[in-house]
Design a protein. Structure first.
Length: 815
């Protein structure tokens, strides 16, 4: 289906011009002469949105009319970033819109940069959800994404005296022109209260507190405007915005208390990445959006089909991690209490409808909630969870009397009684997937070993993917032009065609073009580095980049310690053939994660020393770019020569940044972890730099730890580096600033920073040698781009559609 009507180019530009002017005048009430940059941006978005709506309404109408099965993607996070440039590109309107704006005296690329990022997510998990919404729209999978419309997204990071400070984020301060408020689509969400039996397995729950969930819809347009998905985010509103009783008594604080308590639910995104916060408000968020989403989809299904018997044939509910695990209990509740199904039938429908994606195996990251808290907040759900658990454990006991029931149970009895959200999601789902081949195998061997024995068919793998529209076509227009010349214009439609680029790896002309494109991208980044870090960097040097959330397992500490060793080495042998480098870091630390914040501090302290040393001046620079977000990633990734993917093997479930870098032609230095392994398999062992212990070796090393002192003694240069850091060489104003950080490594090198140091150091020297042979480098770069099409989100969505959701994709995903 082609939604966009085709006009002659000039007509189209004229039409867009008048649309923009109409929006400016009648929607914003501004005369062109009085319009500020921001007004032009809003008018441009509103004009663009109209085109998106045409696609959107056609998609929605079609999927409704044909009664096709739909995907409901439940995620507490959608890390979208900016929308204008991508939406225009997918609609094929970039060029005419640029011209229309230019004729109105406005520079489109410039105003695009003032659109605030929608930062409704922490990192990989949230960005994955955003890539998948776009990929479903691009491949014709009918879908609704459900989440929370946080007033405040992920905090803004500032760096003051080398330390992270958090400032509140306020993306809605100029309103959100993309969204539609749907007051008519609002649901009651209950909390607390009591339950009374009303029949076998059926209960009446009388909540003590009720909050409204109001829907806000945003269209997500797919490639060439063929289709669109809907992002439906819930906002919490009070039933009674003002208590008249309290108001009349003069108690003004009391009069708005209920409202504040209700609206707190959608106030702010929890900034934790991979460690549950464990606060009651967080559990309220989880139930709030899960319940609203399920009520919405059940209601719509019932209206369309008159029964819920066939729910599983028409709806696939995907749980993005355990944050929406309560969906299992909530769907059961709706089927039992509101639609009067018996338990067996309700369970059959629930299990056939829901599936769950796991994103981490770190034990501290697995969500559990105290039974007492769930009981108080959601008494009916706690009953249902107990009911599920009893039947489940009974069935297992009957089948295999020797099974380890304690580890299968939905209730952890060891740490006070707690509900295990991963077990709940697992048992309630027909399919459970990991996000890379290694991760899915480790799921079977570690955290889910017992559940896997009980349900040997349930776990499967879908390796993550990224949308090539945002991460290649839009972020790297220079490379895209080259690819279109070499592989044909159709690469934009069929990313699989980049394979043909591989045949040109040795072509000198292609290599020179690549070098020029990279140089341009590095120049753009260098300007931002100068503005934000006050450091001048030379675009000719190797850009060595590690950008991601700051976490011990991601080992930014390994990188910066090796940087110190390199710095020392350059100082002692200034005339050796070191590859001149700039070390680029960016990433946020959770506000309560002391060690991660200390690592950020160290990177900045090292930068201050290195960047002011004239002996290493043209060889080494270190920069930490503040406030890493999606937009900054779009600037940095196309400018990277070297991609740092150096997590402790077995700990990074997949990684998706690794895929973005490789597709843009950066060389990966990395461990055999997550999707790095699959990147290596595709680009070939000669085109990736691998180091460090494998996941198996890590496991052995952990069971059998080697004392740090021994590792340090066996590793050249390491002792000196650690002593310098611990002794205050990089923090002269506060000599013991890093005493604890280093002490931690010496006591228990949990993430094997010391163990992998030498191997990493050697790998970096291999990088030096490769960089010295620039023809070889560009050969590798070509191979990376040419062989990474498989990491397209279209391929990943194709796998979900076929193997998990059983929905036919409209357009074949080609990758
Ligand atoms: C939990 C409780 C309270 C507040 C926040 C959380 C929470 C938020 C995000 C827990 C985990 C969160 O994300 C984990 C995550 O991002 N995992 C990453 O998922 C990516 C997509 O699959 C993978 O590529 C990464 O390897 C994995 O770390």
């Amino acid at each position: 289906r082609t939604a966009a009507v085709h006009f002659e180019p000039d007509d189209q530009v004229d039409r867009l011009k008048s649309e923009i002017l109409r929006k400016l005048t009648y929607s914003l009430g501004k005369a062109p002469a009085a319009a500020q940059a921001h007004d032009w941006l809003t008018a441009g978005i509103l004009a663009t949105r109209d085109h998106a709506i045409d696609v959107w309404q056609a998609s929605t109408k079609e999927s409704y009319a044909t009664g096709r099965k739909r995907v409901y993607y439940l995620s507490l996070e959608f890390l979208i970033g900016r929308s204008l440039a991508d939406t225009l590109n997918n609609l094929g309107l970039t060029e005419p819109m640029t011209r229309a704006m230019r004729e109105l005296g406005v520079d489109l690329p410039e105003i695009e940069t003032i659109e605030p990022d929608a930062a409704l997510g922490n990192g990989g998990l949230g960005r994955l959800a955003a890539c998948y919404m776009e990929a479903m729209a691009s491949t014709g999978v009918p879908a609704l994404g459900y989440g929370i419309r946080y007033d405040h997204g992920l905090f803004k990071q500032g760096i003051e005296n080398g330390r992270q400070i958090e400032r509140p984020e306020d993306w809605l301060s100029f309103r959100n022109p993309w969204e539609f408020e749907r007051r008519e689509a609002s649901y009651r969400i209950g909390f607390g209260g009591s339950v009374a039996a009303s029949g076998p397995d059926q209960v009446v729950w009388t909540p003590e507190e009720t909050v409204f969930a109001v829907a806000y819809d945003t269209p997500v347009v797919g490639w060439r405007g063929r289709d669109s998905t809907t992002l439906r985010l819930w906002r919490a509103r009070a039933m009674h915005p003002l208590s008249l009783d309290a108001f009349n008594k003069g108690d003004l604080v009391g009069a708005v208390a209920e409202r504040n308590r209700a609206e707190a639910i959608s106030k702010v995104l929890y900034p934790n990445d991979s460690t549950p916060a464990g606060q009651e408000l967080r559990l309220r968020q989880e139930f709030f959006f899960t319940s609203a989403s399920l009520q919405d989809l059940v209601h719509r299904h019932h209206r369309q089909f008159g029964s819920l018997d066939n729910l599983a044939e028409k709806a696939a509910i995907q749980l993005n991690d355990t944050h929406p695990s309560l969906a299992v209990a909530e769907l059961m509740r709706l089927l039992l209490d509101e639609h009067k199904f018996n338990w067996e039938k309700a369970w059959e429908i629930t299990n056939a409808t829901i599936s769950y994606t796991n994103h981490t195996l770190l034990p501290e990251a697995l969500e559990t909630w105290p039974v007492a808290l769930v009981e108080r907040l959601l008494p009916r759900h706690m009953q249902i969870i107990f009911g599920i658990n009893a039947r489940f454990l009974d069935a297992v006991r009957r089948r295999s009397p020797d099974a380890d029931l304690a580890s299968l149970s939905l209730i952890d009895e060891h740490h006070g009684r707690r509900v295990r959200m991963a077990n709940l999601a697992f048992v309630g789902s027909h399919t459970v997937n990991g996000v890379s081949a290694l991760h899915s195998n480790l799921m079977k061997e570690t955290v889910f070993a017992q559940l896997h024995r009980a349900f040997p068919e349930r776990i499967t793998n879908v390796t993550n993917g990224i949308t090539p529209r945002r991460w290649l076509l839009n972020a790297n227009p220079g490379l895209t032009r080259l690819l279109q010349e070499v592989c044909g214009e159709a690469v934009a439609d069929d990313i699989g065609l980049v394979r043909q680029f591989g045949a040109h790896a040795d072509d000198r002309a292609v290599q020179e073009r690549l070098a020029a494109i990279r140089r341009d991208n590095k120049l753009r980044l260098a300007k931002v580095i100068q503005q934000d870090c006050g450091v001048v960097v030379d675009p000719e040097v190797l850009f060595d980049v590690q950008i991601k959330r700051v976490h011990e397992y991601k080992r930014q500490l390994l990188n910066i310690l090796e940087t110190i060793a390199l710095y020392n080495a350059i100082r002692s042998e200034p005339y050796r053939d070191w590859a001149p480098r700039v070390k680029v870091f960016a990433g946020k630390a959770a506000s309560n994660y002391t060690t991660a914040k200390s690592i950020i501090n160290l990177i900045n302290d090292v930068a201050a020393v290195v960047n002011n040393d004239i002996t290493t001046r043209d060889r080494l620079k270190v920069v930490f770019l503040p406030n890493y977000n999606v937009s900054l990633a779009e600037l940095i990734i196309p400018a990277a020569d070297l991609s740092e993917q150096i997590s402790t093997a077995g700990m990074e479930a997949s990684g998706t940044g690794n895929m973005k870098f490789a597709l843009n032609g950066a060389i990966t230095i990395g461990t055999l972890d997550g999707a790095n392994i699959e990147i290596g398999e595709r680009v070939g062992a000669d085109n990736i730099v691998i180091f460090g212990l494998t996941a198996d070796e890590v496991e052995i090393a952990k069971r059998n730890p080697r004392p740090s002192a021994e590792v340090i003694r066996a590793t050249p240069h390491l002792e000196g580096v650690l002593d310098a850091v611990a002794g205050g060489a990089y923090s002269p104003g506060e000599r013991d600033r890093y005493a604890q950080l280093v002490e931690g490594l010496r006591l228990n090198d949990w993430f094997l920073v010391l163990r992998d140091f030498e191997s990493y150091h050697q790998a970096q020297r291999r990088v030096d040698a490769l960089w010295a042979d620039r023809a070889r480098w560009w050969q590798m770069s070509v191979a990376n781009t040419a062989h990474c099409a498989w990491f397209s989100a279209d391929r990943a969505i194709g796998e979900y559609a076929e193997r998990i959701w059983h929905v036919p994709a409209g357009q074949a995903a080609r990758a």
